[in-house]
Write a protein that binds this ligand. Structure first.
Ligand code: GLV
Ligand code: MN
Ligand code: MN
Length: 402
């Protein structure tokens, strides 16, 4: 499976992936998914929001066990964030068939669309739409950096943007969702365990800061006469670091757009995106309030206008305790050498976090030896990937088989 997936959307310069929603690379990933489903005799369907599903058994029977993840990526992302969960899902199903498992519940494998939000700015669009956390009207207003709207991009890829919206019947058929994901930190490396279980996802969000000043000549405009939005932006980046350190949280300005973006011109606009996350809401609020306060003060000092808009937000997610305990029980028992499975919180967002509001949901993490993620350097050893597949197979067997 990896051999076919790895070339898709890979940029040779950086070695990372650019698999953005509704692009050619996304279409190739979707074709790969469909082919994996069909080659295993699974029923393949695409839902109204463009999420792909592969079914063993009839989902209409209800109480289905679903696994899977996403295939899209951040700009120059790694190979594992998302795809490991989808590849492992198909591999776990192969393993169960090899074991001669007898299924008592329908089993589904899903590829959620646009998880990273790399193109339209909002993460987990496919699962948010399905869960009713994003309305069709809101989604229709999403626009990429080139001014292409989400409906236009969807239509260009051959999907019907008028069909998108909440899909409660589909979620009602799911009794449990288990997403396997590469770990995006070093907790498992530090405990020395190949596989972990998620406890919670930190509250997190994205805020857009627009600093509007006055374009002017870089050589002839006296410093005192400038309204340079780069200066309050730079001071805001530093403030974000300070506020995050003070609150014991994280804050990142990882994307910036400058207009007119000329070497010899004072910019007219600097637009920066703050991503901030914290273990609890109180700390997150403290960071965002503190950064915004600093940004306003610095903008005013430079005669620059500031607009701040929250582009996305996900409250804290506590995964279903009963399902989590069931996973721990299954992984601790059904083996010659029972797995020791640490339970970890994470600062990364996932479709599982969105679904958890509607469906009992759990996550398995596979060790990442460096912890690096959202980068071409993201990695997992083959042994650990196999351990993840076997753990997922055990879980599916425990939940969906006699
Ligand atoms: C998704 O991976 C996120 O946490 O931003
Ligand atoms: Mn990611
Ligand atoms: Mn992911």
């Amino acid at each position: 499976m990896w051999a076919e997936l790895l070339p898709i959307g890979r940029r040779s310069a950086a070695g990372g992936y650019r698999r953005f929603a509704w692009t050619g690379a996304d279409a190739d990933c979707r074709a790969w998914f469909e082919q994996q489903a069909r080659s295993r005799g699974l029923a393949h369907e695409v839902d109204r929001n463009g999420n792909q599903w592969a079914w063993l058994g009839d989902p209409a029977a209800g109480n289905a066990v679903v696994t899977g993840s996403h295939l899209d990526s951040v700009p120059d992302g790694g190979a594992f964030d998302g795809p490991l969960g989808v590849v492992s899902a198909f591999a776990a199903l192969d393993e169960l068939r090899h074991r001669g498992a007898r299924f008592t519940r329908p089993v589904g494998i899903v590829n959620f669309g646009d998880e990273e939000g790399a193109r339209f700015g909002l993460a987990c669009v496919g699962s948010r739409l399905t869960a009713g956390q994003l309305t069709a009207e809101q989604a229709h207003r999403l626009t990429d950096g080139d001014g292409v709207t989400l409906p236009r991009a969807m239509a260009a890829a051959g999907y019907d943007p008028e069909a998108i919206g909440a899909d409660p019947e589909r979620l009602d058929r799911i009794g449990a969702f288990v997403e396997l994901h590469v770990e995006q930190g070093r907790a498992l490396d530090l405990t020395g365990d190949p596989v972990g279980i998620a406890s919670a996802i930190w509250p997190h969000g994205r805020w857009r800061f627009d600093f509007r000043g006055e374009a002017n000549h870089a050589g002839t405009t006296r410093l005192a006469d400038r309204h340079d939005p780069m200066l309050p932006y730079a001071e805001t980046v530093l403030a974000a670091r300070r506020e995050a350190e003070r609150a014991g949280a994280v804050a990142t300005f990882g994307k910036v757009a400058v207009e007119p973006n000329g070497v010899n011109a004072v910019p007219s606009l600097v637009r920066g995106w703050l991503d901030s996350r914290a273990v609890d809401q109180r700390r997150l609020d403290a960071v965002v309030t503190g950064v915004e306060r600093a940004a306003r003060a610095r903008a005013e000092a430079h005669g620059v206008a500031l607009d701040v808009a929250r582009e996305s937000f996900t409250p804290v997610v506590e995964f279903d305790h009963a399902l989590r305990d069931e996973l721990a029980r299954i992984l601790g028992k059904d083996r010659d050498t029972p797995l020791r499975v640490p339970v970890l919180g994470t600062g990364a967002g996932h479709d599982a976090g969105i679904l958890s509001a509607r469906v009992p949901t759990a996550m398995l993490f596979v060790r990442n030896p460096t912890g690096v993620s959202h980068s071409p350097a993201e990695s997992a050893t083959e042994d650990d990937c196999v351990a993840g597949v076997l753990a997922l197979a055990d879980v599916l067997e425990g939940l969906a088989c006699t």
